[in-house]
Design a protein around this ligand. Structure first.
Ligand code: NAD
Length: 512
């Protein structure tokens, strides 16, 4: 199947529709009930669970037993790519990758869910669509030119060569697709050390990508990975002189490890995005937006709303609107119960999650990360409407659900007296990650004040966090938001070197 630009635009529009929650008009009597959310029916089980996919149909394309062999194969592929292929060939190859991912998006979503057991099927389809359709290609590259009496100088964006990329379990194949498109558009090849808990589906994605590249006439092994990734295989990747750039998407431990490599490294680290809602906000829009962002893929995304600071004067209004749009309020007893199974005491005093702080009292229990709100309610023995997508609770600032990047559909809400308190606490809760923050307000001064105080890579106003990566917001998509190293919303140009080429007076300077 081959898709035109127009087809891709249509798909992008359908992605937007998929994630928009459409709420019907409510009568006052309905106000205490949870409104039906017009999205595809959500199941918190893997659709067709038990169906096993074999990657054998696409062969072993790009998947190697040894990291050394993956590096060698991609190293040679990149040499061929830059010497024998033109920029228009890159465009054709990238278009083939987009097409194959779009046509296999359901299979990929199902396989990710089966292997990682995290998140929601429908949202994973949307994430694959987003990565395939909205990751920029060669159009992202710009050549700068200067001309004048002294001649002509151009500055080109040249490839780095071979890139080593490390990917998270939360967006496993979506990051492989997004990184591969951006890196190949810039003329590089890439070797992945994927998260071990997603190695089978990532191998399938790498094979699909290589098959598409081969069928469009490109070189073999532009995208490779090691079949069984470990910390040892990552060390081989980091230490290989053939790998010229490292790109890591994951928690702070990974970013720290890559930054110690002595190589050019791009680090996309953890977030703990706060939301502020002030007394000028449109409460219904704020409630719907927060629920959309915080419940998407069961809150796995690093950009997702993780804690809310709301002015006391409007807190009841916000909560009322949230309950009316797919949220369920945990009472204090239920909250204690959720903490007892979804958090674990940090007995060994080790750092985990969104911060390298080893003094935290709790960690999140891996078993409950990315699980559907319905499973939490089942465990609590609560009969709730099946369309509940998000659990909310009222807590103090020090509560572990505020401080931890929990990646569960449990959103803590903290009441504050005024805007200054909201900003102060939100900045503290973000832990200096400078990742993402969201604010609902109609007051420009308030928006500016918070944006300046928190200095995040993404700052979303009056919309869901998803708008920050191109879901219902302008701008391209990325799965690698490089806050710690400052590249921001990465794209092809991030994976380039600046190369200056100078022609002084056309080479005919006459010295008089
Ligand atoms: P993780 O840090 O546990 O793992 C990410 C990758 O790094 C995996 O491949 C893992 O094997 C490897 N890794 C982990 N610790 C390492 C270490 N000390 N040394 C070397 N390699 C290491 O993260 P995860 O659970 O897979 O993903 C969730 C985390 O990633 C969250 O913190 C989330 O915020 C973050 N994330 C960030 C972005 C972004 O763009 N900034 C995108 C997605 C996820």
């Amino acid at each position: 199947m081959s898709l035109s630009e127009k087809d891709i635009q249509t798909i992008i529009q359908s992605v937007m529709q998929n994630i928009e929650t459409v709420i019907g008009q409510q009568s006052p009597q309905q106000a205490q009930e949870i409104a039906p959310i017009k999205m595809k029916t959500v199941s918190y089980e893997t659709p067709n669970a038990g169906v096993h996919y074999s990657s054998s149909s696409v062969g072993e394309l790009g998947v190697f037993e040894r990291m050394e062999d993956a590096i060698e194969a991609s190293f040679l592929a990149q040499k061929e790519y830059v010497s024998s292929f033109q920029v228009k060939d890159r465009e054709r190859i990238i278009s083939a990758i987009r097409n194959v991912i779009l046509s296999e998006k359901e299979t990929l979503a199902r396989m990710v869910l089966e292997e990682t057991k995290l998140g929601r099927y429908e949202d994973k389809i949307a994430k694959h669509e987003l990565a395939a359709a909205k990751t920029p290609g060669i159009e992202d590259l710009r050549t700068a030119a200067f001309s004048g009496d002294d001649g002509l100088t151009i500055v080109e964006q040249a490839p780095f060569g071979l890139i080593g990329a490390v990917t998270p379990v939360t967006n496993p194949t979506e990051t492989v697709v997004n990184n591969a498109i951006g890196m190949l558009a810039a003329g590089n090849a890439v070797v992945f050390n994927v998260h071990p808990s997603s190695k089978n589906v990532c191998a399938f994605a790498v094979q699909l990508i290589n098959k598409a590249i081969k069928e469009s006439g490109g070189p073999a092994n532009l995208v490779t990975m090691v079949k069984n990734p470990t910390l040892d295989t990552m060390n081989v990747l980091v230490e290989s002189p053939k790998v010229r750039m490292l790109v890591g998407t994951g928690g702070p431990g990974l970013v720290k490890a890559l930054l110690q490599s002595g190589k050019k490294a791009i680090g996309a680290g953890a977030g703990n995005p706060p939301v502020i809602v002030d007394d000028t906000a449109d409460m219904e829009n704020a409630a719907k937006s927060i629920i959309n962002g915080a419940s998407f893929d069961n809150n796995l995304l690093c950009i997702a709303e993780k804690e809310v600071f709301v002015l006391d004067s409007v807190a009841d209004d916000l909560i009322f609107n949230m309950l009316n749009n797919g949220a369920y309020m945990l009472d204090q007893h239920q909250l204690q119960q959720v903490m007892s199974f979804a958090l674990e005491e940090n007995e060994k005093q080790v750092a985990q999650g969104c911060s390298l702080d080893n003094k935290r009292e709790y960690h999140v229990s891996k078993h409950w990360v990315g699980k559907h709100a319905g499973l939490f309610l089942e465990k609590l023995g609560v009969q709730a409407p099946s369309n509940v997508k998000l659990l909310i609770c009222e807590v103090d600032f020090d509560h572990p659900f505020v401080q931890l990047e929990q990646m569960m559909p449990v959103l803590p809400i903290v009441r504050v007296k005024n805007l200054d308190d909201a900003i102060d606490l939100a900045v503290k809760a973000e832990h200096g990650n400078r990742h993402t923050a969201i604010m609902h307000s109609k007051n420009v001064d308030h928006l500016t004040k918070f944006a300046r105080a928190i200095e995040t890579t993404i700052f979303v106003k009056n919309a869901s966090s998803l708008a920050g990566v191109g879901f219902g917001g302008e701008g391209h998509a990325t799965m690698t938001i490089a806050g710690p190293t400052g590249e921001g919303i990465t794209s092809a140009r991030t994976f380039t070197r600046q190369r200056r080429c100078v022609l002084a007076e056309g080479g005919f300077r006459i010295i008089g």
